[in-house]
Design a protein around this ligand. Structure first.
Ligand code: 4NP
Length: 149
């Protein structure tokens, strides 16, 4: 059975849509199902940020069809791995967990990479360069994660 992976950030419009798109691009669909969600509901129903769409497109990945949604209790039960972008996402996702088994599903996307970076920085108030940085980081973290699973 395919392993279910959920990418989580705050708004589900900048980082986790990129992580979802990159992960899908790099993985075998018969082995992995990937989705994304945000801990907040600010942008529910919205397409990814135009700067995320642009950096993905520049790298041959189309994320424009994604729609933002909020992380739910159901997600925690359903997904096998919940890969969060930063420590606050981790705290918010852990707050939805009921069991130790569920808490073990929550991990930082950056934790399996060789990077010194402890989190994927929020590019929302940044510029195009910040989105390039996020793309490169997310890409290498997804590659590293997939070599371990
Ligand atoms: P994301 O970025 O968590 O990577 O999707 C953000 C998007 C929106 C906001 C913050 C971060 N916001 O405050 O609206």
């Amino acid at each position: 059975m395919a392993t279910k992976v959920l990418m989580v950030c705050l708004g589900n419009i900048c980082r986790s849509p990129l992580a979802e798109g990159v992960f899908r691009h790099l993985s075998d669909p018969s082995n992995f199902i990937v989705d994304s969600a945000g801990t907040a509901n600010y942008h529910t129903g919205a397409a990814p940020d135009s700067r995320s769409i642009a950096v993905a497109a520049k790298n041959g990945i189309n994320i424009s069809n994604q729609k933002a949604r909020q992380l739910t209790r159901d997600d925690i039960a359903t997904f096998d791995h919940i890969l969060v972008m930063d420590q606050q996402n981790r705290i918010d996702a852990l707050a939805l967990c009921n069991t130790q088994e569920e808490r073990h599903k929550i991990e930082l996307l950056t934790s399996s990479s060789g990077h010194n970076t402890s989190h994927v920085p929020d590019p929302y108030y940044g510029d195009e360069n910040d989105f390039d940085t996020v793309f490169e980081l997310v890409y290498s973290c997804c590659e590293a994660w997939l070599t371990k699973h």
